[in-house]
Write a protein that binds this ligand. Structure first.
Ligand code: PGA
Length: 251
């Protein structure tokens, strides 16, 4: 049985005071939730303050990226050691915004995933097709290619820890959500690919989140699909009540 996992990707929002206000508002709303794993991913500058605020709570801390390098001359990057030092347990890797605006490739993703796993940080690996790719009938090729190449550094015995987030690029921040059927179809295909790569038992254990305009009003139906094991939530994670409603919908 896979435990649903809801993560909030705050993207480039919130200074420290706003970040603290948000987590402090969220904590009591989800304090009674034990059957759903919960994480928030603030910007790097807020991680330490948010980590302090989350101590003793049921909310985990994720980074929005992680360097593949251990340390050294990598201006602008943040290493796994640094993330662990401020209390991160998870890192989002290969988000479509990183791929689109910052040129990250599947090869970068696989290196970042390796660095995360080597340092006991759970990677949340994002995959998803653009609208043009979907319309050209290339959704499975694109998404399954991203899964295979992005996870090429993962060993069979560690696969079960890895979280995948299927986020159709056309659904991110647009208000347009994949229908539950559209999402389930891709999630099922991803799980088959995971079985091919890591074996059926690992594939059955791995969580696949859906992301792209998830909100309280559509969460229940999406999360009710057989292969949708949680959500990576952007916009709606910036309001404690909205994010909490999504978490409660996952119970
Ligand atoms: P959204 O973002 O919920 O605002 O569409 C999701 C994401 O990019 O992770």
């Amino acid at each position: 049985m896979r435990k649903p996992f809801i993560a909030g990707n705050w993207k480039m929002n919130n200074t420290r005071a706003a970040a603290l206000e948000l987590v402090n508002a969220l904590k009591p709303l989800v304090a009674d939730v034990s059957d759903v794993e919960i994480a928030v991913a603030p910007t790097f500058t807020c991680l330490q303050d948010v980590a302090e605020a989350l101590k003793g709570s049921n909310i985990e801390l994720s980074a929005q990226n992680i360097s593949y390098a251990k340390n050294g001359a990598y201006t602008g990057e943040i290493s796994a050691d640094m993330l662990k030092d401020v209390g991160c347990t998870h890192a989002i890797i290969g988000h479509s915004e990183r791929r689109q605006y910052f040129g990250e490739t599947d090869h970068d993703v696989s290196k970042r995933v390796r660095a995360a796993l080597d340092n006991n940080i759970i990677p949340i690996v994002c995959v998803g097709e653009t609208l043009a790719q979907r319309e050209a009938g290339k959704t499975s090729d694109v998404v399954l290619g991203q899964v295979e190449n992005g996870l090429s550094s993962v060993k069979k015995e560690e696969a079960a820890k890895v979280v995948i987030a299927y986020e159709p690029v056309w659904a991110i921040g647009t208000g347009v959500t994949a229908t539950p059927d559209q999402a389930q179809e891709v999630h099922a295909a991803i799980r088959l690919k995971l079985a091919e790569l890591f074996g059926a038992d690992n594939a059955a254990a791995m969580r696949i989140q859906y992301g792209g305009s998830v909100k309280a009003s559509n969460a229940k139906e999406l999360l009710g699909q057989a292969d949708i094991d949680g959500a990576l939530v952007g916009g709606a994670s910036l309001k404690a009540a909205d994010f909490s409603a999504i978490i409660h919908a996952a119970k």
